[in-house]
Design a protein around this ligand. Sequence first.
Ligand code: HEC
Length: 436
Amino acid sequence: MYYPWWYVPGLTAPMLIAVIAVVHVFVSHYAVGGGILIALENQFAIKTGDKPYREYWHQHARFFVLLTVAFGAITGVGIWWTIALASPLATEMLIRTFVFGWAIEWVFFIIEIVAAFIMYYFWTRLPEKTHVVIAWIYALAAWISLVLITGITAFMLDSRGLFANWSETGNFWHAFFNIQFLPQTVIRTGASILLAALYVFLHAAWTFRNVSMASDSGALFEKIVRRMSRPLIFGIVTVLIGVIWWFLLLSPSVLLIMERSVLLNVLLTIFFGLCGLMTLLIILGPMLNPRSINVGFAVCLFIFGLTALSSAEFIREAVRKPWIVDQTVLGNQIYGDEIAERQQSGFLRASYWQQLPTEKIRFGGMVFMYHCNNCHAVDHGLSAAGPLLYGESKEKIVEKLRTLNKPVVSMPPWSGTAEELDALAEFLLTVRPDKP
Ligand code: HEC
């Protein structure tokens, strides 16, 4: 509220966070799972004295380091930029609660990057035993950063403590060990390994695309594919166990939101359907006919994996509405316990950043930007308010908005004065279509 508002036409600013965050998830989970697979397979190759197999993982590490370090860092910083602009109050609240969590995370992040570079550049130069240790340091540091971030993101969705009497907000430990922390750590660990195995399929299928399957290289390819089918199945099973655990812990209000939303039901079906389909394809392909895997198959499997993960992320994010930070910061950028005061003294406040417009429709437009634009585009785009109000009169709009959070449980209660509501309704009349 005391910050300027960031307007992203059509998409809305929070959805832009979602787009960047999903891309980041694709890479950051690979950074964790890939590290674990490289550490395991490198150790296995050394133990069995399989030089060509170890050389393949050296090649894979190049692709891995380039993608995760460069792209992971860019999208990770991108998330910070967008959340600070789109959800300043929630970002402030999270920083206040978790500042040491992030500090610890950045320490592990530095360990991760240094270990990744040593692992790749000194692959052939370090004694084998030392190299194994470095690869495991990378894997462990990457996994710990996953655990740290999971504590924070899980708290945003469900602030109930792991134990019933742990509800005090602002306490780092109570917030971090929230009720969804363990199942989400299981889900994300499984997803990391699943995704990493999919990247290996993709990389291996492309690297070996022109080799004869009867040659030595063909045999190496078969070995990679066979070995990677196990982490794939392990990843899917772990994700499913975590998802069921997560589901059992959901609060009644979240279950209500899920049951009422057609979109979320469709996404849930897509998620479980794709998990089943991937399991079937892995058994028929990599497990039973490893030599038949080609780039097309690997690309399909990869797209199925990304789609399943994106649907799960979308559901996880959608059910937290109307909260940005559960029970603390609302989707209209105020604290939950501020509503009554705002209804008395006004939702909008002049600040260093802005003067309040005197002209009524412009004032109403500003109310819309702060109170509604977190979830609704204006006239066109994501859940746009104009079309949602098609055919309504001004009186109807005012009446509807005053109590809309009752039928639409995902909406925050109206949090302003009668004059602000009146101005908002005037503004909405100007964006509402006259005819379909
Ligand atoms: C935290 C998110 C959020 C905020 C903030 C929010 N809404 Fe909503 N709103 C929803 C959701 C979710 C729905 C139901 C899904 C849909 O229809 O798109 C909804 C539905 C609606 C509907 C259709 C209701 C119906 O059934 O006729 C209108 C109109 C609406 N919102 C207007 C507003 C206005 C105006 C504001 C600002 C005062 C606002 N919303 C703020 C999330 C939000």
